[in-house]
Write a protein of this length. Structure first.
Length: 257
């Protein structure tokens, strides 16, 4: 991979976006590489949790590559937008939890990548924003769809229409990020969350993520029906039998032997 560093250790895959000369901004090549790499880690039986971060201490992803966008016509922009949306869907629909380790600026497409992740952890210097309107654009990789579901419609309306940037602390206050830590603690915190996840049943984790995701597009009644069927189906799996047996027998469950 030209623009990504990949690390795999103890069941956790770390993807580092590496375009330091452009604040890790995303062009079509980076988008394609990220989609392929996340898909590969989803298929990798040795990986149970995925972490996405940016290189350096200034930027997670500072946005889409503005210089490249400046050369686009409407047809080019449609391809770029759809490719970016497909990439965020790969992340969002992953049956393995994807954690965003936001180590600096997460603006525009960078914010949208973090929104697609299941869990967001930010360093104290992280900055979030959807500044597209400042360029006469709108978010094109899911910002108008995911941000309201995470922080509420009113806050999303303000962030998107003003183009304001917010601190990690403010992002935490409004529920955009789960934790704010120092830069030096960021990756260790993400890996600690990952280790806790790896103690649990992978099928149950995948089903839980699927139920949470599906609930956004359903009424509460339909969501509950989807959830209860998934809940019941787990009882026919060896994973659930092991988890229940381990609890009764007062031992640690072995889900990944």
């Amino acid at each position: 991979m030209k623009y990504l560093f990949i690390e795999k250790s103890d069941g956790i895959g770390v993807i580092t976006i590496n375009r330091p000369d452009a604040m890790n901004a995303m062009n079509l090549d980076v988008v394609s590489e990220l989609s392929i790499t996340v898909s590969d880690m989803i298929a990798d039986k040795e990986i149970g949790v995925i972490i996405i971060t940016g290189s350096g201490e200034k930027a997670f992803v500072a946005g889409a590559d503005i210089k490249a966008m400046q050369q686009m016509n409407a047809e080019d922009a449609l391809e770029f937008g759809k490719t970016g949306q497909e990439m965020t869907l790969v992340i969002e629909n992953s049956p393995k939890p994807v954690i965003a380790a936001v180590n600096g600026f997460a603006l525009g497409g960078g914010c949208e990548i973090s929104l697609a992740c299941h869990i967001r952890v930010a360093s104290e210097n992280a900055i979030f924003g959807q500044p597209e309107v400042l360029l006469g654009l709108i978010p094109g990789w899911g910002g108008t769809q995911r941000l309201p579901k995470i922080v509420g419609t009113g806050i999303a309306n303000e962030l998107i229409t003003t183009g304001n940037q917010i601190s990690a602390q403010e992002a935490h206050r409004i529920g955009l990020v789960n934790h704010v830590v120092t830069q030096t603690e960021l990756m260790d915190t993400c890996k600690e969350i990952g280790k806790k996840i790896l103690n649990n049943g992978p099928n149950a984790i995948a089903k839980s993520l699927n139920c949470i995701h599906e609930s956004f597009n359903k009424s509460i009644e339909d969501g509950l029906e989807f959830e209860v069927k998934a809940f019941a189906n787990l009882f026919s799996t060896e994973e659930t039998k092991e988890g229940l047996s381990a609890f009764v027998e007062k031992r640690k469950a072995n889900f990944r032997s």
